[in-house]
Design a protein around this ligand. Sequence first.
Ligand code: UD1
Length: 308
Amino acid sequence: MHVLVTGGAGFIGSHSVEALLKIGAQVRVFDNFSSGNRQNLPSHADVEVCTGDIREPKDLAQAFIGITHVLHLAAQVSVQDSIAQPTHSCGINIQGFLNVLDKVRTHQIERMVYASSAAVYGHPQRLPLSEEDLVQPISPYGLEKSINDQYASLFHSLYGCSALGLRYFNVYGPRQDPKSPYAGVISKFMDCVRQNQPLTVFGDGSQTRDFVFVKDVAQANVKALQAKAKGVCHVATGTSRSLLDMIHVLSKIAGRDLQVIHQNTQAGDIPHSAAQVERLNSEMEMVCATEFQDGLIILMNDVLGVKE
Ligand code: UD1
């Protein structure tokens, strides 16, 4: 397998590169390093790094030479930025996506897997969400991801491209920069623990999410590249937990009580999110099995610089 990983120097990308190396794949990382970081990448004979932008078909033409599989993760990943700058976000997440998909078509790539998102659903109509449920995005980011899903499906019908979109739920783990606009609640809270600062909870903390560990997400990416399933598939654990529950586990592993400040619920916040994972389990033969406490311990050790 010669795999092109767009966004390969980023949070999910760099863990995916490591997972690909474990199965003996040759990896070419394609990244414009706007948020990705070379230090996230292992120096390994089977990893090649290529600087380029998915908005530039010429950059992509070079990068696709000799490639058999594509893992497309490069994106504008901030929901908030997509609301502030929708045309900029569209340029990367729709035009950039289409540039990649079209290269998949013209280079007759065996398989493409790309990052979709739970954000396509907006406010869920019912829980747990199934892949068949109504897509009703409430941000340009969610809309862009759902348009990606439609393009991939159309390219399968028109040209026979084998593509699968993975709808990630709330991904956490090492290398998610807590200062970035797309940092999730866990990386923010972990940073507060490191700095001995109070945790700010928006609302009463009863909101729930399906938190999935990044190494499980990387494994799902690899499995999806090897599978034949088309369409879209959730990547989640199938178990949601509340923020208060998460803080309880966090304080247990920190070995002390954590101070919590409550603020008003943020506009647009979704109270509950939960995923059905039957498709991931059966078609991808994959379970996101990292115990929540174990994932948090790995993250805490990484944030505090404790060697495993
Ligand atoms: C995700 C997006 C968010 C977007 C939303 C809409 C990420 C990281 N966040 O949010 O930008 O608007 O989907 O679909 O992709 N929370 C706190 N304190 C904090 C940070 C967060 O209490 O310091 C709460 C939030 O209000 C939320 C929960 O924690 O209720 C999870 O937040 P987050 O990690 O941002 O994920 P989503 O809410 O799923």
